[in-house]
Design a protein around this ligand. Structure first.
Ligand SMILES: C[S@@+](CC[C@H](N)C(=O)[O-])C[C@H]1O[C@@H](n2cnc3c(N)ncnc32)[C@H](O)[C@@H]1O
Length: 350
């Protein structure tokens, strides 16, 4: 085997970039928690000024800032020795209500280190790991990371892409948000459509407790939450049943689809939001696929395998989801309503 020096250097360059990102993961999480990004978004600061402003130690702050500037997460002006965030960096790093919450995603990464030894054992034993067995930073990170994409897309493009759903919601519809986690999507929809009633369903009791708290803090009254499995929640007939980034996690996705089919009115809609994926592995070998396959290996596949599920994985793809909803779930039609670089939005009809 002959080593090609150019290809060797190209691979090492990539690996060093990845190593820098991996080492910096904990630093992003620390900067987020200590309020560094928010402080820098407000004004350019020297290391000492940032330390004073955030009540932290200057020596650590200086080293953190140099790491962040080397990685392109903050800007540095050698003339003033001040660090700052560009408007784009501020939007992604310091705005919890913006269209991307990068530190929120790093809370998910933080969880992966917590469960690393258990994951290693699972590789050997083939056992799974329930959603509720993860560190709580996963639940908060998921809420933050996904909420950003709901803020950016749900009301403006995903719901309007479904056939006639916005009109129904404006007039007053019954909606279930299954696998709702902390209820970010449920609350956003409930605020936008006060004539409709929303039920968030999740089998993880701690997530439902937080969802109830979030709804009460937001002052929304047309929303309630139920601790239940996706294949057995109550409530009779719904006009819309939504699954946001959860069907692939489930131990019985076909059972969830069947229950949705039975719980929908004849003219109802199921909205299935899933991570963007092509049907074949070679179509997903890109940066977004890399993130999703990683999270899938350590979070999504084990959640389904905890109860001997089919482990669809976070890159299931449209074809596999059609099998779940049409062949196994009894829906008659399914189409791709819209998509973003991170999400597929599918509409299924009874
Ligand atoms: C990736 S999280 C998404 C949470 C939420 N939809 C969001 O977008 O923030 C997946 C959620 O599915 C829930 N889940 C997994 N299997 C479930 C099941 N069988 N029944 C109900 N919820 C389930 C988990 O508890 C978790 O809250």
């Amino acid at each position: 085997m002959q080593v090609n020096e150019q290809r060797l250097n190209a691979f090492l360059g990539k690996a060093v970039g990845d190593l820098g990102a991996a080492v910096s993961a904990v630093l992003v999480s620390i900067g987020d928690e200590l309020g560094f990004y928010k402080a820098l978004a407000a004004e350019p600061l020297t290391a000492n000024e940032l330390a004073v402003k955030t009540g932290t130690n200057e020596r650590y702050v200086r080293e953190w800032l140099a790491n962040q500037a080397a990685g392109g997460y903050v800007e540095y002006d050698p003339a003033t020795q001040q660090f700052s965030l560009s408007p784009e960096q501020a939007l992604c790093l310091a705005n919890p209500n913006g269209p991307a919450d990068v530190p929120g995603a790093y809370a998910i990464v933080r969880n992966l280190f917590h469960i690393r030894d258990r994951a290693l054992e699972n590789f050997r034993s083939g056992q799974g790991m329930e959603w509720g067995e993860h560190h709580e930073c996963l639940f908060h990170g998921t809420e933050r990371f996904f909420r950003a994409s709901y803020n950016a897309n749900l009301l403006s493009s995903w719901l309007p892409a479904l056939d006639g759903v916005v009109g129904k919601l404006q007039q007053g519809a019954r909606v279930a948000d299954v696998g709702c986690g902390h209820g970010a999507s449920t609350i956003l929809m409930a605020q936008a459509f006060p004539q409709s009633t929303f039920v968030g369903v999740d089998y993880h009791d701690a997530s439902i407790e937080t969802a109830r708290k979030r709804a009460s803090e937001a002052g929304v009254t047309n929303v309630s939450f139920e601790i239940a499995d996706a294949s057995s929640y109550n409530g009779g007939k719904y006009d819309l049943i939504a699954f946001f980034d959860c069907i692939h996690d489930m131990a019985d996705p076909a059972g969830a689809a069947r229950h949705a089919r039975e719980s929908l009115n004849a003219g109802g809609h199921a909205m299935v939001v899933e991570p963007f994926a092509n049907d074949r592995i070679e179509g997903n070998l890109n940066p977004v696929g890399r993130v999703y396959y990683g999270a899938s290996t350590l979070i999504c596949v084990p959640v389904s395998m905890a109860k001997q599920g089919p482990a669809l994985g976070a890159q299931a793809g449209e074809q596999r989801l059609r099998e779940v909803f049409i062949d196994q779930g009894g829906f008659t039609k399914m189409r791709r309503a819209t998509e973003t670089p991170f999400n597929l939005v599918l509409e299924a009809r009874p």
